[in-house]
Each structure stands twice: as C-alpha cells, then as structure tokens.
Design a protein around this ligand. Structure first.
Ligand SMILES: O=C(O)CCC(=O)C(=O)O
Ligand SMILES: [Fe+2]
Length: 343
C-alpha cells in the first residue's frame, strides 16, 4: 500500500510543539481501489483526531477553478460600497448570506452572553465578507446587480457546486476512516446548506495586528461538519497546537492545497474523538516596508449537515467506559445557535 502522507508526520508532540500541519495527498482515493480509499480515509481521520487541521492536495478542484473564484472575489470587493450595499447581509446572524461591510462581524468563540458579546464587538475583525448558500436553499441568497459585476453569480455557483462535490469525496473518506459505511455521512449531507464565504482583509497597520489591538479574525473554531479553505499567499493563518494550548502554528500558503479542518458539529458528533481546533488570522510573517500588512483574500467553504437531520454520537465513538457526552441535536438548531452569536 502506498503511503499518501507526503510531508510532516504527526509525531509524538506531547513534549515538543507541532511545527507544521500535515499534508494529505487525496489522489489515491480517486483510484477507486478499496484499499487505497480506506488508507486515505484512515490518514484523514488520524489527522482529524490528533490535530483537526490538514492540507489536502490533489483534491480534484483544478487550479483554474481556484484562480477563477479568487478573481471573482477581488472583483466583488472592488465594487463601491454603494454597489455592495445592494446585497446586504440581513441583521439576523443565522441568515448568513450577502455582504458584510468592514467591521460588521466579530467572530466570537463560544460566547452566548449578550453583554459579553457586545463588549467583544467593540473591536470588530478587520475584514469584509460575502456569503453564498445553495440557490434554492432555506436561506435565500443576496446578489449584487448583474450589471455591476456580470458573471459573478455564475462564477460563485460554479465554485459552490465544485466544492460541494469535493466535500462528498471527503465525507466518503471520513466515513471509511471511521470504520463506517462509505455513504454514512453522505446520508446526512444530501441537501446540505453549505456556505461559500469570500473574505477580504484590507491592508492593516501591521503593528496593531502584531500587538493584537486589531484582529483580522479572532481565534475561533468553525461550526459545521468540515471546512475547506482556499487562501492566497499573504500568510497569517495560524492554528493552535493541539498539545500546547495558546501556542499557534503558522499555516502558510501551500499552492493548490485546500486547508481542511473539523468543525464543532463533527467534533460533537464524534463524541469529541475528532478535534475542532482553534485558528485565527494574525499579521503576515513578512514585515512590510510600508508599516501596513498586505491585503489578504481567503475563501472558506463550510460544510453543513441537512437542516432536517438530527445527529447522535457516531457508532464506535462511545462505550461503557467512554459514555456519550452529548444529547442528540438537530443540525439547524445547532448552527443557528452558533451563528446568532456572531452578529
Ligand atoms: O482567512 C482565513 O484564512 C480564515 C477564515 C476562517 O477561519 C473562517 O472564516 O472561519
Ligand atoms: Fe474559521
């Protein structure tokens, strides 16, 4: 059996910090050979158990498709505020669609107390975003005027569909890696309300980013099943070392790779067997000459289970010695609770 982990192994990090994220080559999964599919799934699950974050290469999304969605993102954020404000994000945080202007959103980590949230919001994240879901989904999309940016809607939908397709391969691999039927997770993601998010972090005073008085995106975990992230070469993404709380590992740009991580929903579903790891975006590592950090574009794609589905701890993740830590929960109920806290 060929080994598909092409770089840094997850070693025993209980004494020394993890230095970088593992890279998984997904191409053996596409061979269709059961043993190669299983091996790819096992590798994914090992990383999700230990780190919760990895790079995936040879995932099936072509470089041209990646370039195209970054181009659309840049074009969208170049529109005037007046043009972008024709498709505003509604005040209801759970309806995560449309444009959120600079300073609108504060990502908070598991804080549900109104007063505490409003204190945290005094330092909003320095970013603007545009969110898209399934076109005929539960939450309607908001699009800019086609005359302002012709082709944008189709461009986003192309990437949305490709990322959804890719997510289904990852869900198959995940199931095999967890010793479940290959279609186990697919059955909970038949009618997924996935979320495509275009993110733009404008140039920001570097010193403020370094001393933490300004944040691009504060440390948080993602909510859903898994996230597939594209990032540009700016840098600044950091992932908490699973064995050293408060120590963050840089997750630099790897050309063509998707950064893939467990979300809180999957962590709960797995009875905490899979880790949903804290991550944040800080100053890029390279010091600028201007005192301002470079602009950053990134494109997360959040995979969510069907809103009608209720999940219970996965078979094989609980026993008499390790009982279920959670009650069953409905997917929509869980996501709405988390999203409402960010607006
Ligand atoms: O910009 C990034 O790379 C991080 C984005 C992110 O973590 C998120 O939107 O949840
Ligand atoms: Fe995130």
């Amino acid at each position: 059996m060929s080994s598909v982990t092409t770089t840094v192994e997850v070693v025993d990090t209980t004494t020394s910090p993890t230095s970088s994220l593992p890279i998984i080559d997904f191409s053996p999964f596409f061979s269709g050979k059961p043993e190669e599919k299983l091996e790819t799934g096992k590798q994914m699950v090992k990383v999700l158990r230990e780190v919760g974050f990895m790079y995936i290469i040879n995932h099936g999304i072509e470089q041209k498709e990646i370039d195209d969605i970054f181009e659309w993102s840049k074009k969208f954020f170049e529109l005037s505020d007046e043009q972008k404000s024709k498709c505003p994000h509604p005040p209801n945080g759970a309806h995560h669609r449309g444009w959120s202007a600079l300073g609108k959103e504060k990502v908070v980590q598991m804080v549900f107390d109104e007063k505490e949230i409003s204190n945290l919001r005094k330092h909003p994240d320095v970013k603007e975003s545009f969110d898209v879901g399934k076109e005929d989904g539960y939450y309607c999309n908001f699009w800019p005027e086609d005359t302002d940016i012709p082709g944008f809607k189709a461009g986003c939908q192309n990437y949305y569909n490709k990322a959804t397709l890719t997510s289904k391969y990852f869900l198959r691999a995940l199931a095999l890696g967890m010793d479940l039927n290959e279609d186990f997770f697919l059955n909970y993601h038949i009618d997924s309300e996935n979320q495509l998010r275009l993110l733009h972090y404008p140039p920001t005073k570097e010193q403020d980013l370094r001393n933490g008085s300004t944040e691009r995106i504060a440390a948080h975990t993602d909510f859903g099943t898994m996230t597939l992230l594209l990032q540009d070469s700016c840098g600044g993404l950091e992932v908490e070392d699973p064995y050293h709380k408060g120590v963050f590992i840089p997750a630099p740009y790897v050309p063509g790779a998707l950064v893939v991580n467990t979300g809180d929903f999957l962590m709960r579903w797995s009875n905490n067997a899979l880790k949903s790891t804290l991550h944040r975006v800080r100053a890029p590592p390279i010091i600028s000459e201007t005192g301002y950090s470079k602009v950053r574009y990134s494109i997360p794609f959040f995979i969510s289970a069907d809103r009608t589905k209720t999940i219970d701890c996965l078979p094989g993740t609980y026993s008499e010695e390790n009982p279920k830590k959670y009650e069953p929960i409905n997917a929509l109920e869980y996501l709405s609770m988390r999203l409402n806290a960010t607006y």
